[in-house]
Design a protein around this ligand. Structure first.
Ligand SMILES: C[S@@+](CC[C@H](N)C(=O)[O-])C[C@H]1O[C@@H](n2cnc3c(N)ncnc32)[C@H](O)[C@@H]1O
Length: 242
């Protein structure tokens, strides 16, 4: 396997999209395994919590943006079999793995190629938009929120799951050590990618604090609230289009 020498830039950078796309294409075959190992399986619990928020008002049409290998989209479909669930991502290699998982589980989700910053969907065409661990990778957060807002129907719901900068205090210190030292080593050994699991902690450190993301949602036309999960390792933001 080719070893990536450099990591994509972090934060909001216009030159980010291509390196992010290349990185996910490279790690796609190992992405699910690494998620389970690096989060000790906790990531699936976060997606289930996000699914409960997403399905609270019994949506008919749900879009999972930056769906990757479709874990969130599949969980949404499993929990709401009557809803139409569409997942979209700009890396075909991730989507292909998602399609294999959907077929193996007998879950009918549509997985389509598309850029979150220019979504290939009509205005007001979804009841719910979700995005798990994808938003942080966007080159332009405001543009991403504007696209979520555009494709949601009035009063539609937005659910964003992300890694905020690690919490403070003793747990935060321990987590930072794990994040900076242990995670990149395991990530490199399992995925063969030098950059991807250095990018992960660096991009998390550069991401806005949860209150700041809630403010950005507000400024983009959402009512917004959030709660922290697992001592602040993850944050679940819920918005309502106004
Ligand atoms: C960390 S993975 C998360 C995948 C999935 N949502 C999950 O919960 O496991 C991030 C995904 O975001 C996608 N992504 C990043 N920027 C994107 C963009 N501008 N448009 C579409 N997908 C994007 C990547 O291709 C990758 O599949």
């Amino acid at each position: 396997m080719r070893l990536r020498a450099s990591t994509p830039p972090v934060g909001e950078r216009l030159d980010k999209a291509d390196p992010v796309r290349d990185m996910f294409a490279e790690i796609a075959p190992k992405y699910d395994l690494l998620n389970r190992v690096l989060s000790l399986g906790v990531d699936q619990g976060w997606r289930r919590a996000a699914t409960r928020e997403a399905l609270l008002l019994h949506p008919k049409r749900v879009l999972d943006v930056a769906t990757g290998t479709a874990d969130f989209a599949l969980e949404l479909k499993r929990a709401a079999p009557d809803a139409e669930v569409i997942g979209c991502d700009f890396v075909p290699q991730m989507l292909e793995i998602g399609r294999q998982k959907a077929a193996a589980r007998g879950l009918d989700v549509q997985l389509e190629e598309g850029d979150a910053l220019n979504l290939p969907y009509e205005d007001a065409s979804f009841d719910v938009v979700t995005c798990a661990f994808g938003f942080r990778n966007f080159a332009d957060y405001k543009r991403g929120l504007a696209e979520f807002h555009r494709v949601l129907r009035p009063n539609g719901r937005l659910v964003i799951l992300e890694f905020p900068p690690p919490p403070r205090g003793a747990f935060g210190a321990l987590f930072r050590f794990y994040f900076r030292h242990v995670l990149p080593t395991i990530g490199r050994l399992v995925s063969g990618s030098v950059g991807a699991y250095t990018y992960l902690p660096a991009s998390v450190m550069a991401f806005p604090e949860p209150a700041r993301l809630a403010d950005m949602m507000l400024a983009s036309g959402f009512r917004a609230r959030y709660r922290l999960l697992t001592f602040g390792v993850a944050a679940l933001h819920v918005g309502q289009k106004v």
